[in-house]
Design a protein around this ligand. Sequence first.
Ligand SMILES: *Cc1c(COP(=O)(O)O)cnc(C)c1O
Length: 218
Amino acid sequence: MNQIENNVKKILAQIPDDVEIIAAAKSKTANDVLSAIEFGIKIVGENYVQESLKKIEKIGNKTKWHFIGHLQSNKVKYVVPVFDMIETVDSIKLAKIIDKISKRNEKIMPILIEINSGRESQKFGIFPENAEEFIREISLFQNIKIFGLMTMGPFAGDPEKARSYFIETKKIFDKISAKNIPNVEMKFLSMGMSNTYKIAIEEGANLVRIGTKIFGAR
Ligand SMILES: *Cc1c(COP(=O)(O)O)cnc(C)c1O
């Protein structure tokens, strides 16, 4: 059994049925990704546009593709046609461009809103207190559809330190869900990485983004 097979099977056996794994594949090869898909991965996450386009060209629709990196406006035109979801919408300007390019592609782009749950100035994302107003504003765009929230949480040595940030993001998720905002369907909560995904699932994540624990160190 190769390492990726071993890792994927182990993680799939651990997680509840209603949680989906995103294999975070930055810096990994198309063959690594194909291996993960072969053993049960259904969603692949990519951070970098150039890198991902090459892999998508080779692998195509054998998996769903989620964009999980910081997206620059001038790269949106490459991402919209080939990705199934953009998880990192963090500004009105970016949402507006995604909407425009999606219209041109006759597509309604599924997106998540990135929440800066640690309120760290060096991180991307909407601060928790601004989330509802932000979501109301971009819910008016016709060619994007909001399907939930994504958060990174602070990079901390101790995985337990991430828990409070996951709890806070889940609270926003529930609050927005309860408001029944038109064109907003709070279905996905994307939180947790290799060292924190178990905690994230305990706190309500139904998408977890796992790189190292599937593919090994980068
Ligand atoms: C790389 C990455 C991950 C996965 O990180 P690991 O610690 O390797 O599991 C998850 N989310 C995002 C946004 C990433 O860039």
